[in-house]
Ligand binder design. Structure first.
Ligand SMILES: Nc1ncnc2c1ncn2[C@@H]1O[C@H](COP(=O)(O)OP(=O)(O)O)[C@@H](O)[C@H]1O
Ligand SMILES: [Mg+2]
Length: 261
């Protein structure tokens, strides 16, 4: 991997304060909550090894289901293995949030939009590395008006192919599936989609709509976010798990989630 820009977020303590407190995989990796993301990480690692899926988009039916939170927590969990290279790409050009959640706001470095617009610009010129978390991040860069037009560019496919060569895992934080068409474009470039469903929040009708617009072959699982049911006698705050989605059942692909150990 060529050297990405190393983020210099000041001393560890002040940097940590800027990181969203729901990012348990980064802030409190030994907690019960972070353990729930390790369950998800194990599934994703299994798919990497057995199904060669490493470029994964995280989406959900609507705004606020927990896409960004899940993407970063999953990335942080994968990156707990210091030998693993993980890149998070914020492809939500409509309402980017990865930078804010990671306390990286106010930095005007080039990002995804600049990379798409300037074919001569190499991926590593825009990727920022956060050594504390062993995490690399590609933010959107310059705000722009036509997310759909940019995302459908074949230049994005080239960039994602590059990212896949350089990193063990590439996780895309995406816009909501309803009502935007962005995820349908991204689906062409990724190995699979995780669909986040917010407990007690995501309307069933929107979930059905999202499953209908997803390519079943790319639907690799559901992440149930924010469930507060007690598990093993604990009342828990976070509870994320992944199981075979209805869409995945329709998929002809082998090695579906329910069949793994
Ligand atoms: N499991 C969770 N427990 C508590 N708060 C959560 C959880 N997941 C997300 N949130 C909070 O809900 C809000 C929306 O989450 P976010 O990840 O930004 O959703 P999306 O990216 O789908 O719009 C954020 O304020 C986030 O911190
Ligand atoms: Mg988001």
């Amino acid at each position: 991997m060529n050297n990405p820009i190393v983020s210099k977020p000041g001393n560890d303590r002040s940097f940590m304060k800027k990181v969203g407190h729901h990012l348990v995989s980064l802030l409190d990796s030994t907690s019960f909550e972070a353990d729930q993301y390790r369950v998800l990480r194990n599934k994703v690692e299994w798919m990497h090894v057995n199904m060669d899926r490493s470029l994964i988009a995280v989406s959900s039916p609507t705004l606020g289901d927990g896409k960004t939170t899940t993407t970063i927590n999953l990335a942080g969990s994968l990156a707990q293995n210091r030998e693993v290279r993980v890149l998070v790409v914020d492809t939500d050009l409509r309402l980017p949030a990865v930078g804010a959640q990671l306390g990286m706001v106010g930095n005007n470095r080039p990002g995804l939009v600049d990379l798409i617009r300037e074919p001569g610009l190499a991926l590593e010129k825009a990727v920022q590395h956060i050594p504390q978390f062993n995490l690399s991040v590609l933010l959107p860069g310059k705000p722009q008006a036509d997310p759909y037009g940019l995302l459908k560019s074949t230049r994005l496919k080239e960039l994602l192919d590059d990212a896949k060569r350089q990193y063990d895992y590439v996780l895309l934080d995406t816009p909501p599936m309803i009502p935007f068409p962005d995820c349908q474009i991204l689906a062409k470039w990724v190995d699979g989609f995780l669909l986040v469903v917010a407990a007690h929040k995501t309307p069933q009708k929107l979930l059905e709509e999202a499953l209908n617009v997803m390519d079943p072959a790319k639907a690799i699982g559901l992440v149930f976010n924010g469930d507060d049911r007690p598990v093993f006698g604990h009342s828990q705050y976070y509870y994320s798990y992944i199981h075979q989605s209805r869409a995945a059942k329709k998929s002809s692909s082998s090695g579906q989630l329910s069949s793994q150990p």
